[in-house]
Design a protein around this ligand. Structure first.
Ligand code: PLP
Length: 437
């Protein structure tokens, strides 16, 4: 071994030692130890990968990013994956790609309509507005927290050009039926798969039904890079557009640090530029810089090796809560969408509006006992201050989105939770309901 390799191994051995020495005390003290709704699950291998990435000092996107993109594309059964700096950026790229002049007559134009769901995460919807498109909101069902193909069908009108819907907290929407609707009506389908990596519908993994799919690697999600996201597609034309928009809008597709991949670097004539203008500096889109880095990707690669275990733990934890809480009065418990096997993000509970207690009281009781709770994100987005004056259309009513806004919350199922913690969550909820029932 060379001296450099030797000293690298020495550093990494010290990192392993450091990891073991600083491992947090895992003793669970009910009511004292915080039970987070979500969090990153990082081990020794992840710490080593991060330090190893730092040792190379490859601080921008490079070989690890490429490696992650091809491994993740393979895992999600898409031809191309593009790493981004967040799931929100991934959604922005997916929607913006539909506006590209390179899509010719399939290009979306400002004012075109995009069907989406009112109760969800804001950055599923924001790219619609950011591109001058019109969101058309539909309601969701309670208990699955997803919309239905029937509601989507009712929202399709002459100006509808696309659909973007998230699989709610890991629970797939009726994605096969919605994909069929998209096909029949010549619409593009984007699956926001940020909360659902590993979920299946009809035995097929989510993210493989639509034209484009997006993933988030924020710590709450199934895999983490700290911050990060990904756009995936099997449409090579869309993939090129996504890459261009992500990488400043450039026309060239050379990887960072590479030149002349196309062997014609000085032979292009585009726009009003002089012939032979360096292709590296030809911009065919009004783009962004939304790239990830190799340090993020290095963590993504070690996280990816643990994905199956993470998914299984999320399912196991969800089942434990579901069985433990079954039959508790005053609570509407979550249900998987028929024909699906969710890779759960959280455990959603709606307090029956007729119950002798309120969500606020139950949430306060849990939070006082260190059980973290979250909302179903924005609730009915049309009631949020940012959206009240934004142009939109609503098809049907948003009754259930309003119920979610007023009565719904979720607790965690992420792999960092133990059976003891989950049983404490169940016992605490039951204790509260028994006192108030
Ligand atoms: C459904 C959904 N889409 C998009 C995002 C945005 O991802 P990010 O936080 O990586 O920007 C989130 C975030 O949690 C989400 O839950």
């Amino acid at each position: 071994m060379s001296d450099t390799a030797d000293s690298k191994e020495l550093v990494l051995d010290e990192v392993r030692k450091y990891h073991r020495e600083t491992a947090p005390d895992r003793e669970f003290v009910p009511g004292v130890t915080e039970i987070w709704p979500s969090g990153a699950v990082l081990d020794e291998e992840d710490r080593v990968a991060l330090v190893e990435a730092a040792l190379t000092m490859r601080i921008a996107a490079g070989p690890s990013s490429k490696k992650f993109e091809s491994a993740f594309a393979k895992r999600l059964k898409r031809r191309k994956a593009h790493l981004t700096n967040s799931g929100s950026s991934a959604n922005l790229l997916a929607v913006t790609a539909l506006m590209s002049h390179q899509r010719e007559d399939r290009r979306l134009k400002p004012g075109d309509e995009v069907v989406t769901v009112a109760a969800g995460f804001p950055t599923t919807v924001n790219p619609i507005l950011q591109n001058g498109l019109l969101p058309v909101f539909v309601d969701v069902d309670l208990s699955t927290y997803n919309t239905t193909a029937d509601r989507v069908a009712a929202a399709i009108g002459p100006k509808t050009r696309a659909i973007i819907i998230a699989h709610a907290l890991g629970n797939p929407f009726e994605v096969a039926e919605v994909a069929q609707l998209a096909k029949d009506n010549d619409l593009v389908l984007i699956e926001d798969n940020c909360d659902a990596v590993g979920s299946t519908y009809d035995g097929q993994i989510t993210g493989t039904f639509g034209d484009l799919t997006t993933v988030s690697f924020y710590p709450a999600h199934h895999l983490t890079m700290g911050e990060g996201g990904c756009v995936l597609t099997s449409d090579l034309g869309l993939a090129r557009i996504v890459e261009s928009l992500r990488d400043w809008g450039r026309d060239c597709w050379c990887e960072p640090g590479k030149n002349n991949t196309c062997f014609k670097r000085f032979e292009y004539q585009m726009g009003n530029l002089p012939a032979g203008y360096d292709h590296k500096y030809i911009f065919s889109h009004v783009g962004y810089n939304l790239k990830g880095t190799d340090i993020q990707a290095a963590l993504g690669l070690t996280q990816l090796t643990k994905l199956d275990g993470f998914i299984e733990a999320r399912r196991r934890n969800w089942r434990r809560l579901r069985e433990g809480l079954d039959g508790v009065p005053g609570l509407l418990l979550p249900e998987p969408t028929p024909r699906s096997e969710p890779s759960w993000f959280g455990f959603v509970i709606t307090v029956d509006p007729e119950a002798p207690f309120t969500r606020a009281e139950l949430v306060a009781y849990l939070e006082e006992r260190k059980i973290g709770t979250r909302r179903l994100f924005a609730g009915n987005l049309t009631r949020q201050p940012a959206y009240i004056d934004q142009p939109h259309r609503v098809v049907g009513d948003l009754t259930n989105s309003d119920i979610i806004t007023e009565h719904t919350f979720w607790v965690g199922v992420y792999p960092g939770l133990t059976d003891e913690m989950l049983d404490y969550v169940t016992a605490t909820i039951k204790e509260f309901v028994a006192q108030r029932g």
